[in-house]
Design a protein around this ligand. Sequence first.
Ligand code: SAM
Length: 248
Amino acid sequence: MPLVNPQEPVVLPEALEVWQRTLNWQPTSKQQSKFQNLYTEILKGNQRLNLTRITDPAEFWEKHLWDSLCGIQPWLNQSERSLQVIDVGTGAGFPGVPVAIVCPQWRITLLDSTQKKIAFLADLIATLQLKAEAITDRAERLGHLVQHREKYDLALIRAVATASVCAEYTLPLLKVGGSAVLYRGQWSEAETQGLQIAAKQLGGCITQIERFETPLSQSVRHCIYLKKVELTRAIFPRAIGVPTQKPL
Ligand code: SAM
């Protein structure tokens, strides 16, 4: 792991040309400075919490910033619309925090089952002055609460579980017409077929599968876009732990 001394300011790449070429978008100087503050706060938080092993500046830029924003590329140039967005299993705030920085009109809910990470994120939200809230809970429980069920336009989920489990965590939270973005690494035709079956049971369907290469290390990524087309039956999400033990 590259060693970064959190006492010394480490500067993130600006990479404006790369943002423009790959996502047809560039951060403003205010957003750029919030990215830098986010990076500094994560390095500080990493001294007491196990937030991320990605601390090298270029790697952080690619694997946390670029990767987080790549999934919302279809919405990046129309971020003025106010959307209700949830990041399920946000961990140290990815993809939700970079998304909150670049889409300040959106209301972002950061959800994770680990209380320590959510306490860190609550402080981070205040420091970066983001329009976001951080909630400690399980997706299986939140999906049944009236304040959250069928309330979101967009649900993001990265590195949390298998694709059909991610569908069960996110689709109950979406309004009909809303979208879920499943951030994946490699992807196969067999996974598409399994996910199609699960999504249908949950009131959703796959609308798009995008393959990307990350711009610095050329690693393969896929984003799977689901749309909610009808209400999710009340039995979903199933009880805590059941989605992972008995995937749809
Ligand atoms: N999304 C972040 C990222 O890509 O960097 C964090 C990924 S981390 C590997 C998975 C996170 O999902 C953990 O922080 C874990 O606590 C959370 N998580 C797993 N299952 C969950 C559930 N059912 N409800 C809420 N959070 C969950």
